[in-house]
Design a protein. Structure first.
Length: 390
């Protein structure tokens, strides 16, 4: 299966072939050189289609040597060099293109963008930032340059700059950037929270909610701040909002929310919310929380019966483990050995399972990350409600 970046390489390469052959055809119609170049071009394209990088580079180097004025060949080679990790060669090639006399503004902009991408691949973020910032100032290729600058500022954790450039990108392209801006504001809010500056953290969260009214992360952070300051009612509202905005984050919401319920002494509200979540959430977390409340308020027998009925409809290893634990407190000694063994097996299954998975790339983790360590997507890692942990 051809990867997407090969397609991106093929498009300009095919365009280059058509342009070049058309130009040469008008100048040397019927000449043998046209046939030779045509065969060379399409041999190179064939290597690209078959993802044979080394052979493709060799062919395009031959073409570049025969006609040093063909910029498209240089750009294709530069991309190939960068993709295969030969960044130094890509940098030298694009620097030589930029230094050519007589380039149009469009050609020079394209070469500068390519050189900036080379610097990014080489980890020379300061050089790339300078190039892209200059392009933005000149108004040349602003959208592409702005997007690259956003990537750089994320890597440098310069969240305010990332926000500023995301807004400029949105203005330039009309592409909504609210969800990304909300993540950046949450990064700043988290930073302020850790420093103990609740007021500043709230300001960033207000801006995060303004950018993305359904930001689960902003609601969770708001709940953390309110809970830390003893505002249980505000924390409950924030956590309930987070769960309703994205039900898959319920396992993250429940522990602090239940603590706030307990301190707020509002069992009716707690039970109502948990019953709602039992109906809506495909995992067992809210059922377990409700069973614990039933045991406290009405006794182990009521909790056991509720959990048994629930697990008949939605089988779960974690739910079975909770059922065993409840049974251990009520069964006779004859069943204890088997129940203890079953409990130990279930505990091992739970411990070995990843608790989170990236919805974009499939990266599995035992702890939650707001930005996926693998594919770098934001808010793509979510708790897993599958049978092994739920």
């Amino acid at each position: 299966m051809i990867s997407i970046w090969w397609v991106l390489l093929l498009v300009p390469a095919i365009g280059m072939a058509g342009w070049y052959l058309g130009q040469r055809g008008s100048e040397r119609r019927g000449g043998a050189r046209i046939s030779k170049l045509s065969a060379t071009y399409f041999r190179g394209l064939n290597y690209l289609l078959n993802e044979q990088q080394d052979k493709a580079i060799e062919v395009f180097l031959q073409i570049a040597e025969r006609d040093k004025e063909t910029l498209e060949t240089q750009f294709t080679l530069g991309t190939l060099f960068r993709r295969r990790g030969e960044v130094d060669r890509a940098i030298r090639l694009h620097q030589s293109v930029i230094s050519r006399p007589g380039l149009s503004d469009e050609q020079k902009t394209r070469a500068i963008l390519a050189l900036g991408e080379d610097y990014m691949r080489a980890g020379l973020l300061d050089r790339a930032e300078t190039l892209f910032a200059d392009l933005v100032k000149l108004g040349s290729a602003a959208p592409q340059a702005l997007r690259h600058l956003m990537s750089i500022y994320q890597a440098e954790r310069d969240w305010q700059q990332a926000i500023d450039h995301a807004r400029r990108y949105e203005q330039a392209t009309h592409e909504p950037m609210g969800k990304l801006i909300a993540q950046f504001e949450c990064e700043l809010a988290e930073k302020a929270r850790l420093k103990g500056d609740g007021a500043l953290a709230r300001q960033h969260l207000e801006r995060a909610h303004a950018a993305d009214a359904n930001s689960v992360r902003a609601a969770l952070l708001e709940g953390q701040i309110e809970l830390a300051e003893g505002n249980d009612g505000a924390a409950i509202r924030a956590y309930e909002r987070a769960a309703r905005q994205d039900i898959e984050f319920l396992p993250e919401v429940l522990p602090p929310l239940l603590a706030a319920y307990d301190r707020g002494d509002d069992p009716a509200r707690a039970r109502s919310f948990l019953l709602e979540m039992v109906e809506r959430y495909r995992g067992v977390s809210p059922a377990l929380a409700l069973a614990r409340r039933l045991e406290t308020e009405e006794g182990a027998g009521v909790a056991l019966e509720f959990l048994r009925k629930h697990l008949r409809q939605r089988p779960s290893i974690r739910g079975e483990a909770a059922l065993i634990e409840l049974a251990l407190r009520s069964e006779s000694d004859d069943a204890r050995g088997l129940l203890v063994a079953l409990q130990q097996i279930n505990e091992q299954l739970i411990v070995r399972s990843p608790g989170y998975r990236c919805q974009s790339c499939g990266f599995g983790a035992r702890a939650h990350h707001w930005q996926c360590p693998s594919c770098k997507q934001w808010a793509s890692i979510k708790p897993l409600p599958h049978v092994a942990i739920e």
